[in-house]
Ligand binder design. Structure first.
Ligand SMILES: O=P(O)(O)OC[C@H]1O[C@H](OP(=O)(O)OP(=O)(O)O)[C@H](O)[C@@H]1O
Ligand SMILES: O=c1cc[nH]c(=O)[nH]1
Ligand SMILES: [Mg+2]
Length: 210
């Protein structure tokens, strides 16, 4: 699991405990997913390249730093990924945003794409794909496949989730070995397509559906 990292920041871990609780209601769940996503974006963006620049301050010239790499596109996987979007945009407000809509078949757990709207220059951007849950990996693999079809290189894509299952990480790594995968937690296993202990159905908990 070389391209997979768990973000162990204490604030992320504390907030994850809040949303795992089955008694956490929709309002708090949505707020805390947003807060975790902001922290995950902060941690993941540590690796962004910098260049040396000079800037005139009111007192002189400072040798300083500015972002040097590709511009960013954020791609939430609908629906649940939408719950992470504002948190990531808080830190990278100039990012372009693309949307991919996917749902899993309730019996086979196979993903189905129902929407795709991406920035026209997606292939030239550093891409953050966001979705709270990486379970079987089917949805993530299909999403990365769609991005590759639009010209993106998996080595320029970061898949950022909140809870991952070992089965999903393995499947995603096998399908896209160059992809970087980040999670707040690596859980135990899958049961009936759901992550155990996980946090339940992220989309339903974010939007109050069931
Ligand atoms: O790794 P997988 O086995 O593919 O499962 C993960 C997917 O399942 C959930 O979406 P869901 O299909 O419930 O759609 P929703 O976001 O609309 O609730 C979740 O948000 C992921 O997109
Ligand atoms: O545990 C899971 C698995 C897939 N999707 C979810 O929302 N939760
Ligand atoms: Mg769901």
């Amino acid at each position: 699991m070389s391209n997979f990292r768990v973000m162990n920041h204490p604030l992320i871990q504390h907030k994850l405990t809040i949303i795992r609780n089955k008694d956490c209601g929709t309002k708090e769940f949505r707020e805390v997913v947003n807060e975790i996503s902001r922290l995950l974006a902060f941690e993941v963006s540590h690796e962004m390249p910098l260049k040396n620049v000079q800037v005139k301050t009111p007192m002189g010239i400072a040798k300083s730093k500015a972002l040097a790499g590709k511009k960013v596109a954020i791609v939430p996987i609908l629906r649940a990924g939408l719950g992470m979007l504002d948190g990531v945009l808080d830190l990278i407000p100039a990012a372009k945003v693309g949307f991919i809509g996917m749902y899993r078949d309730e019996k086979t757990f196979k993903p189905h794409e129902y929407f795709c709207k991406l920035p026209s220059d997606i292939a030239d951007r550093q891409i953050f794909v966001i979705d709270p849950m990486l379970a079987t990996g089917g949805t993530a693999i299909m999403t990365i496949n769609a991005l590759v079809q639009h010209g993106a290189n998996p080595s320029n894509i970061k898949f950022v989730c909140i809870v991952a299952a070992p089965e999903g990480v393995k499947a995603l790594e096998n399908a896209h070995p160059k992809l970087n995968i980040y999670a707040a937690a690596l859980d135990d296993h899958l049961e009936n397509g759901y992550i155990v202990p996980g946090l339940g159905d992220a989309g339903d908990r974010l939007y109050g559906t069931k």
